[in-house]
Design a binder for this molecule. Structure first.
Ligand code: TYM
Length: 355
């Protein structure tokens, strides 16, 4: 790019599955980034990390590989929208939509499938994990990363905010986009993952990565009594009360550090290093930190729950905007690979779209 060329606009995009209520891993790994990357509202100054555009969606097609009850899926999709809005996603600044409302993505998945080596998918961890546990896997789970690649490429996304567990899938996306571009010209923009320090792999109550599959989650909007019980049950080591401890790498401290104000975080780190404290004390502090961190969001959520029509309206408007963008990219891809008769191949071929 010449030195005086205008910088390429950045477009953030990410998806989240509505397979249950969002947990702290989803929030601190991904949702918090979605919010930071939203462009500033018209008239206010841009935050240094904001993208020029932001697209976020509820991945109901991906969720179909696990949620088999139609009414439950519908409820979970609506609840996911309520929670994202309550947590700070602003439909004036970001496009919020449901994955299956953009059927163009399914067609794009097929185009990508034709350039996907089997071996690439065999190495992907969601499928590999299930297979290694002897569980039956369907073609939906096997080809899941191709749908995810289509999700990203359909919007010319440049940056994909995610937790660490999704990085492999973004690599697959880049691979497929690269192969397609190599065969047919410059069709797709190559995206980059975006991770946040401290949030890329949020630990669960047992210290492993927080995940529904490990049954170690704490939900963001869990009823406070139930949430307190889970926090009080977080596993700890058998260090005697008086003994100092390095806060680094202690999962209870890590969780506290994610939501406590900086001064409290420092004070807690000092307490760890001095010793003379019990883990019960830290857990109580975590209960309070979480209550105050999410208090405003809980309030907004109650208001949104009382107005389902408003939430569905936001999703419909988001779907219309997302479809317009995806249709443009799909038509570029169709033309490039010869599916559109009477139209030139890709007019942008050779211009270099790598982000
Ligand atoms: P999903 O629904 O499993 O998770 C949503 C987001 O939460 C992040 N996350 C975590 N981050 C840090 N620590 C944790 N313990 C933790 N647990 C979950 C995930 O990394 C993710 O960013 N395949 C995706 C959904 C998807 C998608 C996409 C994402 C579909 N299409 C296109 C990006 C772009 C998934 O299952 O995420």
């Amino acid at each position: 790019m010449p030195a005086d060329a205008p910088p390429r606009p950045t477009r953030a995009l990410s998806g989240i599955q509505p397979t249950g209520r969002f947990h702290w891993g989803n929030y601190f790994g991904a949702i918090r980034q979605y919010i930071d990357l939203q462009p500033a509202a018209t008239g206010s100054s841009t935050s240094h990390q904001a993208a020029d555009e932001a697209y976020y969606f509820i991945a109901d097609l991906h969720a179909l590989t696990t949620v088999r009850e139609p009414s439950r899926l519908r409820e979970l999709v609506h609840a996911a929208a309520v929670d994202l809005l309550a947590l700070g996603l602003d439909p004036e600044r970001a496009v919020l939509f449901v994955q299956s409302d953009v059927p163009e993505v399914a067609e794009l998945t097929w185009l990508l499938m034709t350039v996907t080596p089997m071996g690439l998918l065999e190495r992907c961890h969601a499928y590999k994990d299930k297979k290694s546990r002897g569980l039956p896997a369907d073609a939906g789970l096997f080809t899941y990363p191709v749908l995810m690649a289509a999700d990203i490429l359909a919007y010319d996304a440049t940056v994909v905010p995610v937790g660490e567990d999704q990085v492999q899938h973004i690599e697959v996306c880049r691979d497929l986009a690269g192969t397609f571009n190599h065969l047919y010209g410059d069709v797709f923009t190559l995206p980059k993952p975006r991770l946040v320090e401290g949030g890329a792999k949020v630990p669960g109550t047992d210290g492993q990565k927080m995940s529904k599959s490990y049954d170690n989650t704490i939900e963001v909007f869990e009823e406070p009594g139930a949430q307190k019980k889970k926090i009080m049950r977080i596993t700890t080591d058998s260090r005697p009360m008086g003994q100092p401890k390095d806060p680094e790498g202690d999962h209870l401290f890590d969780l506290f550090a994610l939501m406590a104000p900086e001064a409290d975080r420092q004070a807690m780190a000092d307490l760890y290093r001095r010793g003379g404290f019990g883990y019960g004390e830290v857990k109580k502090a975590l209960v309070e930190a979480s209550a105050s961190y999410f208090a405003d969001a809980r309030g907004r959520r109650a208001a949104l729950e009382a107005d389902p029509g408003q939430v569905e309206g936001i999703l419909a408007a988001g779907a219309a905007r997302a479809r317009a963008k995806a249709a443009e990219v799909l038509s570029r891809a169709r033309r490039a690979c010869g599916l559109s008769r009477g139209e030139p191949a890709n007019p942008k071929a050779g211009k270099g779209r790598s982000a």
